[in-house]
Structures are given as C-alpha cells and as structure tokens.
Design a protein around this ligand. Structure first.
Ligand code: AMP
Ligand code: FE
Ligand code: FE
Ligand code: ZN
Length: 288
C-alpha cells in the first residue's frame, strides 16, 4: 500500500533535518509522497523537491501558517502552493520579519533576567528566515544556560513565562485566501491540539478545504471526531507526523502513514478549486 506524510519540517524553519536527511528517512520508511510544511516559509520546498525527485518520491509544496481567528490560534497548512506567487512570498516575508523581531524581544527579556544569551547566537543557530522559540531554546542549551530544551520552555519560553513574547499572527480568513491565491488548498492543522472546534464553521465558510485528522499527538478518539467533522462539512482529510527531527532517539517521520488515496482526493480537490477560481477570472479577461 502507498502512503504519505503531509506535515513535515526542515531546518528552513524549526526542524533539525536538512531536506536531504528528511527525504532519506522517508525513502527508508517507504513513503510514496511527502509535503513540506515549514512554519511561515516555503524556502525549503525547492531543495526538498529536488531530493524527492532523486528518491522517486512525489513532492507537494506546502507551508504551515501561524494564524488566528477571534483570538484562537490556528495553524493553516497550505498544499500544492505556487511557491513563486508574489503575494504569498510578500505575506510570508512580513511574518518572517515578525518572527525575527520577536527573537530580539525574547533575547532582550532573557538579558533583563540576567541570562546572557546573545541574539546573534540565536540567528546563527537558526540560520533561516523563519526562526522561532525552538531556536532560542537550542541556543540556550548550546550556551549551557539551561540543561535541556524542556527547561528552556518551562522556565522562560512557554506562554506566560518571563521571556515569552506574543506573536502577531495572520488572520485565518486572510490566510485561507492567501493559500487559495497561490493556487493551493487550505487545511486546518492538528485541531486536537489547538482546540479550534468552535471556529471550524467560520473557516469552512471562508473556504477551508480540509482538516488534519491524523497527527502524532491526536488520540484515536480525536482522529475519529475530526473524521466525522470532515464528513459532515465535506472537508478533505489529511495527516502527518509533524516531524521536527529526532524524538526520543528516533526520527518522528513514520508515526503517521496517510493512505495515498487521500493524496489523490487532495489532487482532485486542488484541480477543481483551480478550475472554479480560473473561470470567473478568465471571463473577466475577455479582449476589450
Ligand atoms: P513559535 O512559532 O516561535 O511560537 O514556536 C512554536 C514551536 O515551538 C512549535 O512549532 C514547536 O515546534 C515548539 N514548541 C512549542 N512548545 C514547546 C515545548 N514545550 N517544548 C518544545 N518545543 C515546543
Ligand atoms: Fe514547529
Ligand atoms: Fe503546528
Ligand atoms: Zn508543524
């Protein structure tokens, strides 16, 4: 049977694998298709596409946008994106700048707490346009200022802890529109983690295409619950490991094996969305 993992991170955001390492694990595990969904970035898509092509794995260009609706945080997965779409790249660049400024603010707070972390050490370690709290945690660990990543989050970086800084987020409705403008499908990520049930109807109304029913941190009951919602709201079903690298000594990729049949449904879905989006636009482009 063919299977896919549609939620993966590389070192182009807060994952630790390079595209080549990630694809190496995917090949060893027998995956037929992968989607790369780095946070607020599409930078890793081209190298991951190349590594997938060399490994005979189908590649779906994607991203994971940090968004919100009525103060509820929601992560939006975009799939089959045109990674050269100018509007998409401009919006992503804005939120990458937000991320970089937030790193500076978090480090300033740490310094006020007499934790002598240097901001350049974080940027050097992150070495990407879309840095996040995990990079601060890793830099703290590397500098010997905490013992491990958990301590960094527990003492400083978790929401409400003294070095935590809120992050300006994209509106979820705008995020969905942005993904559609870039020719993609918009999918709600790990709804079981963000407790986003109450905003599903509004997002469906705005054109949400799918929901991530299968995720490493979803219980069987959660997956069943979201499969039911997908069925009721006519949403596509996705799933992925949300691999950021090694977890307890093993690469997290491989924990979710989405049947390839769902990828075929996604492909049919994106074709029909593009056909629907294309028709009024081509009608308005009649010669004058
Ligand atoms: P950010 O987007 O900068 O707010 O960072 C969020 C990312 O941090 C998530 O995608 C996770 O990868 C990671 N993360 C969040 N909480 C924790 C935690 N308690 N321990 C380790 N990693 C975490
Ligand atoms: Fe992450
Ligand atoms: Fe997420
Ligand atoms: Zn993720």
């Amino acid at each position: 049977m063919k299977f896919a993992d549609l939620h993966l991170h590389t070192h182009f955001s807060d994952g630790t694998f390079s595209p080549e390492e990630l694809v190496g694990h995917a090949r060893r595990l027998g995956f037929a298709a992968l989607a790369l969904t780095d946070h607020d970035s599409v930078e890793g898509c081209a190298p991951t596409a190349a590594a997938c092509a060399a490994a005979g794995i189908e590649f779906i260009p994607g991203t994971e946008l940090t968004a919100e609706h009525h103060d509820i945080e929601v992560h939006l997965l975009g799939y089959f994106l045109d990674i050269h779409n100018e509007t998409l790249l401009a919006e992503i660049a804005k939120f990458q700048a937000v991320r970089q400024n937030r790193i500076r603010e978090m480090v300033a707070k740490l310094n006020q707490l007499h934790v002598p972390l240097e901001v350049d050490a974080v940027f050097a370690l992150a070495n990407c346009k879309s840095p996040g709290r995990p990079h601060v945690a890793r830099a703290l660990t590397k500098a010997g200022l905490v013992k491990h990543l958990d301590e960094a989050f527990e003492r400083f970086l978790r929401k409400g802890r003294p070095a935590w800084v809120p992050k300006a987020k994209m509106s979820a409705l705008e995020g969905i529109e942005l993904i559609h403008r870039a020719g993609g499908l918009a999918v709600m990520a790990h709804p079981g983690l963000n407790r986003t049930d109450e905003i599903i109807p509004a997002l469906v109304e705005a054109g949400l295409d799918g929901i991530e029913c299968f995720h490493t941190k979803h219980t069987t009951a959660m997956s069943e619950h979201y499969l039911e919602i997908a069925d009721q709201s006519n949403l596509l079903v996705t799933g992925g490991s949300d691999c950021h690298g090694f977890s307890k000594g093993k690469p997290l990729i491989g924990t979710i094996k989405l049947p390839y049949e769902q990828v075929e449904k996604l492909k049919a879905g994106v074709e029909s969305r593009r056909a629907r989006a294309g028709s009024p636009r081509s009608a308005s482009r009649q010669p004058q």
